[in-house]
Design a protein around this ligand. Structure first.
Ligand code: AMP
Length: 194
């Protein structure tokens, strides 16, 4: 099963992808996590990505598609995987189609978490307080200014993926404003049908 999560920053993609990954025993491939790991490791990709991520822009399509393509060749992706944060542009969606076609695979379903964007800044502030309370480091792009930028980038570059996947007949919309457990239950039900 190959599942793509769509939704603006703060919609809960990471939380839900982690839940589904654990429940269905398929890996969660978060391009944001992979890029942050590359930055922490000081790799070439990390060095190129750091300033771009910190200002809330998108890393190049070629870099992220390369990372994803390599990752899905690993043996733990054989029975499926969840894409959290990729694709983020129409070009990335075409690249993903080509990558999967080359491996004889296809997307099973695309889950769009639909949220009230006005509520997202409140969610961001909770995420920051929770991270601080746990003693975790707050992400360098988790501040109101960069967040607003990421939201704008989402609307401009990522939201067009909704009609793109609708036209392919694989898009499922989920009310992301419900409590976390209710969102998970909706996703479970949809994936059972996928
Ligand atoms: P995320 O953890 O998904 O919120 O991603 C954090 C940041 O990583 C984004 O704001 C982008 O700068 C970068 N990023 C993650 N995934 C992608 C992608 N598919 N394409 C381009 N940039 C990405």
């Amino acid at each position: 099963m190959i599942v793509v999560f769509l939704g603006p920053p703060g919609a809960g993609k990471g939380t839900q992808a982690a839940y589904i990954s654990a429940k269905r025993d398929i890996p969660q491939l978060s391009t944001g996590d992979m890029l942050r790991a590359a930055i922490a490791a000081g790799s070439d990709v990390g060095r190129q990505a750091k300033a771009i991520i910190d200002r809330g822009d998108l890393v190049s399509d070629e870099i992220v598609a390369g990372i994803v393509s390599e990752r899905i060749d690993m043996s733990d992706c054989e029975s499926g995987f969840l894409l959290d944060g990729f694709p983020r542009t129409i070009e990335q969606a075409h690249m993903l189609d080509r990558i999967l076609a080359g491996k004889g695979r296809d997307i099973s379903c695309v889950l769009e978490l639909v949220v009230d964007e006005g509520a997202l800044v409140d969610r961001l502030n909770s995420r920051i307080s929770e991270a601080k309370a746990r003693g975790d480091e707050v992400r360098s792009d988790d501040n109101v200014e960069t967040f607003q930028k990421r939201l704008g980038v989402y609307q401009e570059q990522t939201a067009p993926l909704v009609p793109f996947y609708e036209a392919k007949g694989v898009l499922k919309k989920i009310d992301g404003m419900q409590p976390v457990e209710a969102v998970s239950a909706d996703i479970d039900r949809i994936l059972d049908e996928c």
